[in-house]
Design a binder for this molecule. Structure first.
Ligand SMILES: [Mg+2]
Length: 375
């Protein structure tokens, strides 16, 4: 398209469409409170003229029905440049559907697609549209599922640290709702031996422990140099998070199930975390993710992107209080398989926009994706 006229909300969004892909995991995966053998990617495409933007979320296939039935009509016809206005209109439109959960995932997918569309219309990398706070975005390797045996865990952790030079890794703990605490402890010790003394070691319980159990485990984390204790208790238990935080030297973190901006306000007001995690595919898209980062900054905290690393990359580079992005095994595998334009984490960081490609630089590999399409 030609230049966008100054003072205009831009050309209209002509079409919003969806596609759903379910990709089997390479081996069965579980964390402290769930197990799965496939992951579903819900893609939102937004088109203005001959230019298209792409966004996505990981969630139930029904997310696509929310986009098609509740959001497409709200966004179609709006000026493509005014993304916050579209985000607000979508937010208001889902009042009776109920925003948290897959509705927020749907809204987030469309929002991120709109930001990609805008950057492509203006023919700049998304990070340039937003304005960079840094050129490099640190990542940490994330996996270490409770279903892995010792050898699998060793291989995965060493791949990140030794092969890729990523000096930060995370494993899942809290196996079977915290009922296998002995194995958790052995796996933590083994993880430290796998990665050596230099790399940072994080653990994530996905809310599996009770408060006192988490405090007891927290007391031994320093022995293994564990510096990050994610969701030691349910992220809905803000008082519990704050209790664990006060009782352990490891940083307590949460926020991945934050579907609204006020959730993050409550998380901060409860002094529940040392680092705010936010997921651009759930919290309301890039529009809201930036606001979460600002809230965290005002509280003196950093923000870390949860999962879906390629969709976070440009937003992450735009905030000054970024900690890092989660280089989540499951999602990295899917994004590498289904998208062209993926980033290289060698050395422990990525450089979004460095190749000058417009938007977030991702494009769906239609042929590769077709085999996984379920909707
Ligand atoms: Mg987590």
């Amino acid at each position: 398209m030609g230049a966008v006229p100054a003072g205009s909300p831009g050309p209209p969004v002509d079409e919003v469409s969806t596609a759903v892909y379910t990709v089997p995991t390479d081996t069965p995966e579980a964390d402290g409170t769930m197990s799965w053998d496939a992951t579903t990617l819900v893609v939102a495409h937004v088109r203005s003229g001959t230019t298209s933007g792409l966004g996505y979320t990981y969630g139930a296939p029904a997310t696509a029905q929310v986009i098609d039935g509740q959001l497409a009509g709200v966004v179609t016809g709006r000026g493509a440049l005014d993304v916050p206005a579209a985000n607000e209109a979508m937010s208001r439109a889902v009042r009776n559907a109920g925003r948290p959960g897959l509705v927020a995932g749907a809204l987030s997918a469309v929002d991120t697609a709109l930001w990609d569309l805008k950057a492509r219309l203006l023919q700049v990398p998304l990070v340039r549209l937003l304005g960079a706070a840094a050129e490099e975005v640190p990542v940490y390797g994330s996996g270490g599922f409770t279903t892995y045996d010792d050898g699998q865990q060793d291989r995965q952790l060493r791949h990140w640290v030794a092969d890729q030079g990523i000096p930060r890794v995370k494993i899942k703990v809290g196996e079977s709702w915290g009922t296998a605490e002995g194995r958790d402890r052995r796996r933590i010790a083994r993880a430290r031996r796998s990665i050596g003394d230099a790399a940072e070691l994080y653990i994530d319980a996905n809310g599996a422990y009770t408060r006192k159990q988490a405090i007891r485990l927290g007391g031994c984390l320093a022995d293994h140099g564990v510096t990050w204790f994610e969701e030691p208790v349910s992220s809905d238990d803000l008082a519990g998070l704050a209790q664990v935080r006060a009782a352990t030297g490891a940083e307590v973190t949460a926020g991945e199930y934050g579907y609204t901006l006020p959730y993050f306000w409550h998380l901060l007001a409860a002094q529940a975390v040392d680092c705010v995690q936010a997921d651009i595919t759930r919290c309301g898209g890039l529009t809201v993710w930036l606001r979460v980062a600002a809230l965290a900054q005002a509280a003196g905290l950093a923000v870390s992107g949860h999962c879906a690393p390629h969709l976070h990359a440009h937003a992450a580079a735009a905030v000054p209080n970024l900690r890092h992005l989660e280089w989540f095994h499951d999602h990295v595998r899917i994004e590498n398989r289904l998208f062209d334009g993926v980033l290289d984490p060698a050395g422990g960081s990525i450089r979004p926009g460095a190749d000058g490609a417009p938007g977030h630089g991702l494009s769906l590999r239609e042929e590769a994706a077709a085999a996984y399409r379920v909707g």
